[in-house]
Write a protein that binds this ligand. Structure first.
Ligand SMILES: Cc1cc2nc3c(=O)[nH]c(=O)nc-3n(C[C@H](O)[C@H](O)[C@H](O)COP(=O)(O)OP(=O)(O)OC[C@H]3O[C@@H](n4cnc5c(N)ncnc54)[C@H](O)[C@@H]3O)c2cc1C
Length: 412
């Protein structure tokens, strides 16, 4: 049986950042990261990969290079949690015990949930930026596009980066204009949501973008089946499920259904009813097991699931977990900060930043609801640097300090 002061499950954005912070504090042999993947991906770059602006290789690093050298890397999957005995079982059957646990397993993609999708992804016309395998195919499909419907979907489940399904829509629009094919294309955004975006301020800006560009938006329309043989996508109206729509596609960009990881759903002692780790939304401490914390997409925190949220959570979790380890209380409080750089093409972006309840919380003292060039450059060039060089090393806790300085201390 392996024993550690701190076990981190998942070596993605959150797990890696937390492990780096605590390895520095606790030293060698005290922190273990359970993570089966050999590669770590900077997933926000997949939007740019789909648009042909970056390669998928640029979004990847070997896991061994991003996990802290002084942490023990257990190259396996966690297959069971036993929070009463402070124990995690790995895929080889080993038991790893901990004094403190941070769950950072991300959200699970359920490629099987839409009939025919898994097979369709390997056929012409169908792509998804939600996988390193298929994000490069998005750009191949854009290049191959001749005429017809280009359809973009948003599923009827929580997802990571809820802006990403429409970023690729706007990039596709711009690409088709650049290459003289736009007038032969009908661009359709079929979203399960009743709104275009969850925050009113940015939704208003985005409605203007879709209207100016002649994009068709169908709200509450959910993809249920892909028929690659006939290049048809089947949708239902979520408010009138008997109402079915069968659309021909030349290009179909699918955002797949997602859920809490199955292994978490199998451990109700750790989770809420939907299977996400049941933590206090401000302290990130588990509601029933004080030695357990969660970060990122697998947590029950009701904010938009993004790497930007993970960064801000990491600062709070770092302080609170360290305080609890030292015999104190959780005093740091997460405000729900999250951000979504809504790329609207090859040079512009609306930088959405908000906190709990969709209240805007913007870093720059300008109207971030407008399409601008500077945030696009930030998204494309600065953020990857921040991610690899600062965030994964546990040094980037979000832009709060910058925001305060730019607002002369008057912002939250
Ligand atoms: C196309 C796309 C665009 C995006 N755009 C943006 C953006 O512009 N801005 C932004 O901020 N965010 C964006 N995101 C979201 C962002 O990437 C995620 O929210 C962020 O990576 C979440 O971090 P995490 O640590 O919770 O999960 P992840 O980074 O996904 O890491 C989870 C880790 O857990 C591991 N794991 C899973 N199961 C197990 C198990 N059983 N045992 C052990 N380990 C396990 C996985 O291998 C993985 O390494 C985007 C995501 C995608 C896909």
């Amino acid at each position: 049986m392996l024993r550690y002061k701190l076990v981190v499950v998942g070596g993605g954005s959150g797990g890696c950042s937390v492990a780096a912070k605590f390895t520095r504090k606790l030293g060698k042999g005290q922190v273990a990261v359970i993570e089966p993947a050999e590669k770590h991906y900077y997933q926000p770059m997949w939007t740019m990969v789909g648009g042909g602006m970056k390669t998928v290789e640029q979004s990847a690093r070997p896991m061994k290079d991003v996990l802290p050298a002084q942490a023990d890397w257990i190259r396996e999957r966690a297959v069971a949690f036993d929070p009463k005995s402070n124990k995690v079982t790995t895929s080889s059957g080993d038991e790893v015990t901990y004094e403190y646990l941070v769950v950072a397993m991300g959200i699970q993609i359920n490629w099987d949930a839409i009939k025919g999708l898994k097979e369709a992804l390997d056929t012409p016309g169908v792509c998804s930026n939600y996988s390193p395998k298929y994000a490069p195919k998005t750009f191949e499909e854009l290049k191959a596009f001749r005429e017809g419907n280009a359809i973009f979907t948003f599923p009827n489940t929580p997802i990571k980066c809820p802006g990403a399904p429409q970023k690729i829509l706007y990039i596709a629009d711009q690409y088709l204009r650049k290459t003289g094919k736009r007038d032969k294309a009908t661009l359709i955004y079929n979203t399960s949501l009743p709104v275009l975006f969850g925050v009113k301020k940015y939704a208003e800006s985005l409605w203007k973008v879709v209207e100016d560009r002649g994009i068709v938006v169908n709200n509450r329309r959910c993809l249920t089946e892909v028929r690659p043989d006939t290049r048809e996508a089947v949708f239902v109206d979520l408010d009138r499920p008997e109402q079915q729509f069968i659309d021909k596609y030349e290009l179909l960009h699918v955002t797949p259904n997602m859920s809490a990881p199955d292994v978490l759903k199998a451990c109700p002692a750790l989770t809420d009813a939907a299977g996400y780790v049941d933590v206090d939304k401000h302290t990130l401490q588990h509601n029933r097991h004080p030695n357990v914390f969660a970060i990122g997409d697998c947590s029950s925190v009701p904010t938009s699931k993004t790497a930007a949220a993970v960064a801000a959570e990491c600062g709070v979790l770092g302080k609170n977990l360290w305080s609890v380890m030292s015999g104190g209380q959780c005093t740091a409080s997460y405000d729900g900060y999250t951000s979504c750089p809504l790329v609207t093409g090859y040079s512009k972006c609306i930088l959405a930043e908000f906190k709990f309840d969709g209240v805007p919380l913007e870093t720059f003292p300008i109207d971030q609801g407008k399409e601008r060039w500077a945030p696009f450059v930030m998204k494309k060039e600065l953020m990857p640097f921040l991610y690899w060089q600062l965030m994964l090393k546990g040094y980037w806790n979000g832009p709060k300090v910058i925001r305060k300085a730019l607002h002369l201390g008057l912002s939250d």
